[in-house]
Design a protein around this ligand. Structure first.
Ligand SMILES: Nc1ncnc2c1ncn2[C@@H]1O[C@H](COP(=O)(O)OP(=O)(O)OP(=O)(O)O)[C@@H](O)[C@H]1O
Length: 212
């Protein structure tokens, strides 16, 4: 199948693009370990969407500590072997921090981040999912988590821009950028198979997949 060579695959992209959906499907197909972000375990998140300025710091720190724990569990998984699929990249944590924190808060966050000295494993492949902001909005609405009704469109737009810049500069691991506008990974198994073939056929460190 050509997918065995990836021991650690990360699916990334802005809120609602479909990371969790794809990570679950990949893990099921590969019979691999699955590492998922758990937004329901962040008690500040609903409050954050109501008052971003006030709740940005506790929300950001809660996500950071959750990711640290998950990255540590990855080391455990590694001991037992097998493949792992995750729906987040540890290195993207500061991307959110820069977007939502004030300058002073960001300095404090950066100190904590540095002192944690996390050594996150480098993925063998990052699948970077992309979609228009309007598509993100409709996908977020389709999963109907009540508190997400308050996510401002401008926030999703700025986040999407930050993601583009982040991956423009990112060279740590091979990246497959996937335009998901016409690729229904939620329901269409043909589309999922197309993507699997594309992943298996990946030959260089940076490739693009755009279903015509
Ligand atoms: N390629 C796709 N085409 C159409 N709908 C999709 C696609 N991928 C995911 N969806 C749908 O969009 C919604 C959001 O998907 P999902 O929860 O996987 O996003 P996410 O990127 O993991 O979000 P978050 O960043 O909040 O964790 C779900 O309802 C899912 O069924």
């Amino acid at each position: 199948m050509g997918l065995e060579r990836y021991r650690y695959i990360v699916v990334e992209g802005p809120i609602g693009v479909g990371k969790t959906t794809l990570a679950r499907k990949l893990a099921e197909r590969l019979e691999s370990n699955l590492l998922l972000e758990d937004p329901d375990a962040i008690p500040f998140l609903p409050k954050f969407y109501q008052d971003m300025q006030r709740y940005a710091l506790p929300t950001q720190l809660s996500f950071l500590f959750q990711r640290v724990e998950q990255v540590e569990s990855l080391t455990q998984i590694d001991l037992f072997g097998g493949q792992t699929v995750a729906d987040f990249l540890f290195d993207k944590d500061p991307l959110f921090a820069e977007l939502i924190l004030s300058d002073d808060e960001f300095r404090l966050y950066a100190d904590i981040y540095r002192h944690l000295r996390v050594r996150a494993a480098t993925p063998d492949l990052v699948i970077y999912l992309q979609a228009d902001v309007d598509t993100l909005i409709s996908r977020v609405q389709s999963r109907s988590r009540d508190y997400e009704a308050k996510i401002p469109d401008g926030y999703l737009r700025r986040l999407t821009e930050r993601y583009s810049r982040f991956f423009y500069d990112y060279t740590e691991a091979p990246v497959l950028s996937v335009n998901t506008e016409n690729l229904n990974l939620a329901g269409n198994s043909d589309d999922f198979q197309l993507l699997l073939d594309r992943i298996a056929g990946m030959r260089s460190a940076r490739e693009y997949f755009n279903k015509a």
